[in-house]
Structure formats: structure tokens, C-alpha cells
Design a binder for this molecule. Structure first.
Ligand code: HEC
Length: 155
């Protein structure tokens, strides 16, 4: 009987925790959402910039490439989630274009492409195939640009 009561409390506590998590998620302000996705994008930009110096042979050590490529891949995996409905330019100052929500399947397709191509990049870094890595780096970098050309406002 006692274990049954304890079980009930555990279930209730979990249900409450889930409810709070939901409420907190719903409480993210559009300002914070934009700040967060811009910071996340910038972090990928930092890793891409670091790798580009190696690809351009301005830095000779390739030792950090796997870490940078893996970071881009890990960060990119939830990219679409950073753009919930209600975080567009009609609601808040952002460089995200309304096209994201009007052409969501296309936006998701480019995001999935980044996830896929950055996984390949990380795998090539691990294998240590410099030539294949440098070619794949261009593919990843073009995928960033493809999305920006269609879905991001340029000043
Ligand atoms: C599927 C679409 C998509 C992909 C892929 C994508 N981005 Fe973005 N990126 C955006 C959008 C949309 C914005 C504008 C976000 C905003 O202002 O709210 C943005 C903004 C940025 C910014 C500016 C952040 C700021 O401080 O305002 C940088 C830097 C950036 N992206 C880098 C990258 C890099 C590097 C990659 C590839 C590794 C990449 N992005 C891939 C859609 C994408």
C-alpha cells in the first residue's frame, strides 16, 4: 500500500515537472528566441571561419577540424526548432524572412541538407582525408549560403 502511494507521488511529481517544462517552453519571449537562434547561428559561423583558415592553408594543423565539424553538425540538428511560428518579422526585429513559414517544407529541406552534409564533413575529418574534406567543406558552406539567400534578409 505504501509503495502504491509512493508510486502515485512519483507519477504526480513527474506530471507536474512535465507541465512546468511545457509552461516554461511556452514562456520563451520572441526576443529571446531570436537572440538564441542568432547566437546559435554565430557559433556555427565561428566554427566555419576557423575551418576555412585551414582549408585556405593559412593554418597548417588539421588537428581541430573534427571538433569544429562535429560542433557544426551537433548545433545544426535542431535548427528548424529555432524558428517557431510567431518569431517572424511581423512580430519581432529579425533577419528571418516570412518565406520560412510560407515555404516551410523547403526551409526544412535545406536544414536537413546541412545536417547531412555536416555529418559527412565530420566523418571525413575523422578519416583524415584532407582533399575530400576540403571539397566537402565547400558543400557545407554553400548549404549555409543557399538557405541565407532564400530565407534571410541581407542589409
Ligand atoms: C535552413 C536555413 C539556414 C541554414 C542551413 C543556415 N542558416 Fe544561418 N541563418 C538563417 C536565418 C533565417 C538567419 C536569420 C536569423 C534571425 O535574424 O532571426 C540566419 C542567420 C545567420 C547568422 C547571423 C546571426 C546574427 O548574429 O544575426 C550567421 C552568422 C549564420 N546564420 C551562419 C550560418 C552558418 C555558418 C551556416 C552553415 C553552417 C548557416 N548559418 C546555416 C538560416 C539558415
Amino acid at each position: 500500500m505504501r509503495s502504491c502511494t509512493a508510486g502515485f507521488f512519483i507519477v504526480m511529481t513527474r506530471a507536474l515537472a512535465a507541465l512546468f517544462a511545457l509552461l516554461f517552453a511556452a514562456a520563451d519571449s520572441p526576443q529571446s528566441i531570436v537572440k538564441y537562434r542568432q547566437a546559435s547561428m554565430k557559433s556555427m559561423g565561428g566554427h566555419m571561419n576557423a575551418m576555412s583558415l585551414v582549408v585556405k592553408h593559412q593554418i597548417s594543423s588539421r588537428a581541430d577540424l573534427e571538433a569544429h565539424a562535429t560542433a557544426v553538425h551537433d548545433v545544426s540538428r535542431r535548427l528548424v526548432e529555432w524558428f517557431p511560428a510567431g518569431s517572424g518579422p511581423d512580430q519581432i526585429r529579425t533577419e528571418a524572412r516570412p518565406a520560412i513559414w510560407q515555404q516551410l517544407p523547403e526551409f526544412k529541406r535545406v536544414a536537413a541538407k546541412l545536417e547531412r552534409e555536416s555529418a559527412k564533413l565530420a566523418a571525413l575529418a575523422k578519416q583524415g582525408d584532407a582533399k575530400a574534406f576540403d571539397e566537402q567543406f565547400k558543400v557545407v558552406s554553400d548549404t549555409c549560403s543557399d538557405c541565407h539567400d532564400s530565407f534571410r534578409v541581407h542589409d
